[in-house]
Design a protein. Sequence first.
Length: 593
Amino acid sequence: MTHSFHIPVLGLAFSIDSPLKVARFGISSVISIVDDELIERIRAYYCTLNKKEYHPITKKEPDYRARRISSYLNLVSNIVQEQIEHMRIEFFEKGSEIDRYFQLIPESHPAKNIYYEMLSETDILEKAKKKQILRSFIKAGDIDVNIMSKVDKINYDKDGIALDDTYSDALAALRGFAQSDLQSSVILSAGMNPRLYAYLAELPAFCQQEDGTFRKKITLKVSDYRSALIQAKFLAKKGIWVSEFRVESGLNCGGHAFATEGFLLGPILSEFKNKKHELQEELCSIYKNYWLQKGCNFQDAPPIKYTVQGGVGTSSEHQFLLKHYEFDAVGWGSPFLLVPEATTVDDETLLALTTSKEEDFYISGASPLGVPFNNFRKSSAERLRLKRIKDGRPGSPCKKKYLVSNLDFSNEPLCTASRAYQDKKIKELQAKSLDQKTYNTEYDLITEKTCLCDGLAAPAYLKYNILKHKEQDAVSICPGPNTVWFKNKFSLDQMINHIYGKDDLIKNDKRPFLFISELYLYIAHIRKYVEMNADTVNDKKIKYVEKFKNQLIEGIAYYSRLKNELKGFSDQIVECIPEQLKSAERELAEIKF
């Protein structure tokens, strides 16, 4: 692994081509493979840009979704390999990509000292030898993909007959990755999908090879240890090995926010750290037993990699997570939205992000999936949603249908962000003869949903000028609240230097430690829950709130003890923590039905 950070999946379009921008510098990133229409359009764009032959894959062709995904991933892999080969034959000179490669790698990388020695070497032959050694170190970052497990719509043929389960959205996407040339990982997020997990076991690409390696690896994105164990055991029983656990903060992240029941990131990471050996042994036993029954005796399973992401914003936090919790890498997501060299954000949205305020970032009910969603008040999609409400036409046209799931009104599922659904739901609401306050609350909950299929794809269409006639150009974006601390557009070099402590892009002592930020997000979350359920209190809800608060209190106690372990942080950050924790306790005490 060249770098100690990776760029996680960012929406649909924001990291759709990140590997083409950063993989040649050894940086790993993740492509969403949810939207095959976006993928096909981006493939056409990059084929033209790189003067490669492009053959369209239309919806009329069999297994078009899987084939579109495979074709795009193969194109990305091919272009990145060409970039690497070109870099390896470059001259080491100021401004060259090969020189930049070694400038960007961390000081801890074994090639860094050789690079410095090469620069100061005066003997021509020795200098040439060191250059050749350095060339051998050049390695592309991983080109990983992401599937939201539960975004798994069943598809139909032209006669309206349901296709086989293997043609559902998630399974077709997985097949597309499996059939591609990539040797990398699929990150499975948003919970467990038994149908998808069972299908994994049917694909040879995910099986361990005789030499112990994998052509395709599995990474589980999880919010806590229990979830990781349950999902990994389910897969191990089917002969599938989980190569990485990607632990993400429940609330201090971008995209969908999968809140835990009050479990905070610090204690969660501590549990992973303390149980790594136990987890490896338990999973390995199940995994090896499965293959032994199949007549295949693997001597051992590879060690599991552990990474963490969500709300990280400083070099001190980055190093602390790596060293204190003994994790392998840290994900930096939302800050990279401000790095055009790494991600794809249209100019209007980029400007809005750099001029944002804290109140512009909020957790909303905007997602049709019914999961809390990190939203941005200054997005053009949010403006469009409000305009449609004002014009008396709430909801969006539903063309792509990736998020259709609601069966309230017919056997054909609808998306809750669609105009068809919201119109029916509002008429149903009007028939209830509610008082104005209750009606307004219910109306707002219905119309808060927004179209993510169009909104999260639009930035790429705008950025590359490939928006079609009458196509929606409003952009949805889902940055984490940590984004507010980054106030400018940055170069790739600036952001990497910030991550490794060579630069400071924030320069603001008021930013709290990431664990404190997450704690207050959880307090706001449970406060909102109490407010929204104040009129429908029952024993179950009271017990839920008390359990949630008790978990937070245990987390606060853990952070009180952790304070003395915070090495490399400014005195101001550390000295503020006791009062921040006491304030959190006071706020929690006030939250009750």
